[in-house]
Design a binder for this molecule. Structure first.
Ligand code: NDP
Length: 302
């Protein structure tokens, strides 16, 4: 079997088109433009790339977007003061502080200072609680993208066994809860899981969010499974550049799986598009607007 590739570029383009249409509709009906504020602390090159891509995408979709760049030695108090200013600004609907922040800043304080209404990263404990307990929530962008991609190729996920490898607050736990909300039977695996390969082999949907290059081998995958590879592992190559690898051995896995996301070109591209969904959604909620369709799944292929 040679798996069908779930193309993150094509999928994210479909989602971004739908967001751009909704942003135009929002503007026409209500004169409101969604506003995203990104906060970058320090000069981590990967973070700079991520934030630049979020800014560029927001502008391309018709949103307002402002970046706040703070020096790496800025005090925690200054970062929290900026977040409080953004919380109070009615033109800002979404606040994204790019993580990780330098070690002298407590990321939990950063997350909990952000207003839950503007928490477009979905990391505030209130957002996490709403995801688990039910109710409207802003959910983390990468998990949202993973589930959208799985539903795009599989349709209804009811009854499927999903194995999520990784239990972080950023990816593993929220993706597991989103899959549970889709009526999957969900297993969460982690570094203490016994016989991980055997657990993975029971998965109809396998989500890998570990951060270990190509850890998941072809013979860990059930024939016909759908594999969503979240991992981004950088390996330096000549010329000071990095080559990116997933958590799944792509060559082996694509001989066994039915569908697979590549790295790069898979989940990462959907993450940015889902941030735009959250910013639009936060804007509509904050303005009490219910007559603009916020795309919560991938629109059909044209
Ligand atoms: P974390 O380091 O926070 O979590 C990693 C998880 O993997 C932990 O739960 C850990 O288990 C588990 N783990 C580590 N080693 C093993 C092992 N040998 N066997 C089984 N489980 C193991 O990472 P994140 O969740 O933040 O990110 C995961 C990956 O996804 C990274 O490569 C990251 O770069 C990438 N990523 C990609 C994004 C995208 O847009 N595509 C966005 C966010 C992340 P334990 O809890 O027991 O320690």
């Amino acid at each position: 079997m040679t798996a069908q590739i779930i193309d993150g570029k094509e999928a994210s383009a479909r989602l971004k088109d739908a967001v751009a249409a909704a942003v135009a509709d929002l503007k026409a009906k209500h004169g409101v433009v969604p506003g995203l504020s990104t906060v970058l602390v320090g000069e981590d090159p990967a973070s700079q790339v991520y934030v630049a891509s979020k800014q560029k995408t927001a502008h391309a979709l018709g949103m307002n977007s402002v970046q706040h760049t703070l020096a790496g030695d800025v005090s925690e108090a200054e970062v929290l003061a900026l977040i409080r200013t953004l919380n109070a600004d009615p033109a800002v609907h979404g606040i994204l502080v790019q993580l990780p922040v330098p070690k002298h800043i407590d990321s939990f304080k950063v997350i909990t200072t952000t207003s839950p209404a503007k928490d477009v990263d979905g990391l505030h404990p209130e957002s996490a609680g709403r995801l688990v307990a039910g109710g409207e929530a802003l959910v983390p962008c990468t998990p949202m993208g993973c589930v959208m991609m799985a539903k795009d190729v599989l349709g209804d996920l009811t009854g499927l066994h999903a194995v999520v490898v990784g239990r972080s607050n950023l990816v593993g736990k929220p993706v597991a809860h989103l899959l549970l909300n889709e009526n999957c039977t969900v297993t969460i695996a982690h570094s203490r899981t016994k016989d991980l390969a055997a657990v993975c082999r029971t998965a109809d949907i396998l989500v890998a969010a570990v951060g270990r290059k190509e850890m998941i081998r072809g013979n860990w995958i059930k024939p016909g499974a759908t594999v969503i590879d979240v991992g981004i592992n950088r390996v330096p190559v000549d010329g000071g550049k990095n080559k990116l690898y997933g958590d799944v051995n792509f060559a082996e896995a694509s001989e066994v799986a039915a569908f697979i996301t590549p790295v790069p070109g898979g989940v990462g591209l959907m993450t940015v598009a889902c941030l735009m969904v959250n910013t639009l959604k936060a804007c509509c909620t904050q303005n009490g607007i219910a007559d603009v369709a916020v795309p919560m799944k991938l629109p059909p292929r044209r």
